[in-house]
Design a protein around this ligand. Structure first.
Ligand code: NAP
Length: 241
């Protein structure tokens, strides 16, 4: 899939990895980028990056009405970035039920509902790609992020189902598995993190080279290699973190 002249839509584009995806898409020659956010006022500086190519879009991925509207507003999309996500800390026996529902609502159902809405659009536009931003902890659970891990592991499984369902329609489906990234999401956690600009650049490179599973930083690359060798060892390592 070529980024040059593509028309992209990025969810959660107002900050963090989403914002850097917009920057990287512009740099790679995308024709137009719909930048989705729950509050369009937060997109003003992103719009200024390239007012002719960046189109702000009101989009909460948990709101089906707004998803349906976005399909009408952005009928030329051929590259969807399912980036929006939330993380709420808590162990599996303590995390409140409403937090579990909220994380699955955004991280699983939000991505799935966007994919269902845009797959026919992308197909009608001659094919393209859907990129699901998952996480390294979809592979093995970090117990302090229990509901987040679970919602992203479910989204990984959904990514594989989408891939099988959409390959004959000319739509590639990518999964992205970042390690720790330096955004608001992990602001309170003191550990080595990769910049979101590096993550976004690696995602562009992965898409261009047709890499279905993208490990976009040193932490994710190393741990994926370890997981392939001995996934139980990685599970045990994460269990102590
Ligand atoms: N940071 C990390 O270490 C890390 C590692 C692996 C994977 N990821 C994944 O990368 C993606 C981006 O995360 P980030 O690090 O950039 O986090 P972030 O800085 O917290 O940004 C999250 C983005 O998602 C948006 N969002 C949340 N709920 C939404 C909803 N219902 N509808 C639309 N937008 C919504 C937020 O919008 P508002 O401004 O309106 O809240 C924000 O733009 C997420 O899927 C996350 O799980 C992050």
């Amino acid at each position: 899939m070529k980024i040059l002249n593509s028309t992209a839509l990025v969810t959660g584009a107002n900050r963090g990895i989403g914002r850097e995806l917009v920057v990287a898409l512009l740099k790679s020659g995308a024709k137009r980028v719909y930048a989705g956010a729950r509050d369009v006022k937060t997109l003003e500086t992103i719009k200024q990056l390239d007012p002719a190519r960046v189109i702000p879009l009101l989009l909460d991925v948990t709101n089906q009405e707004l998803i349906d509207t976005s399909v009408k507003v952005a009928p030329d999309v051929n590259l969807l970035f399912n980036n929006a996500g939330i993380l709420e800390f808590g162990g599996i026996l303590e995390v409140p039920a409403d937090k579990i529902v909220r994380q699955f609502g955004t991280n699983f159902h939000g991505k799935l509902n966007m994919a269902r809405a845009f797959a026919p659009i992308i197909e009608a536009n001659g094919g393209g790609a859907i990129v699901n931003v998952l996480t390294l902890v979809a592979l093995a659970s970090m117990p302090g992020l229990s509901a987040y891990n679970a919602s992203k592991a479910a989204a990984w499984s959904m990514t594989q189902s989408l891939r099988a369902a959409l390959s004959a329609k000319g739509i590639a489906v990518f999964g992205v598995f970042p390690g720790a990234v330096d955004t608001d999401m992990l602001a309170g956690v003191d550990m080595p993190k990769t910049s979101p600009a590096v993550i976004a650049a690696a995602i562009m490179q992965g898409i261009e080279s047709g890499l279905e599973d993208i490990f976009p930083d040193p932490m994710s690359t190393q741990l994926y290699a370890a997981w392939k060798l001995d996934h139980k060892a990685v599970e045990k390592q994460f269990a102590t973190m």
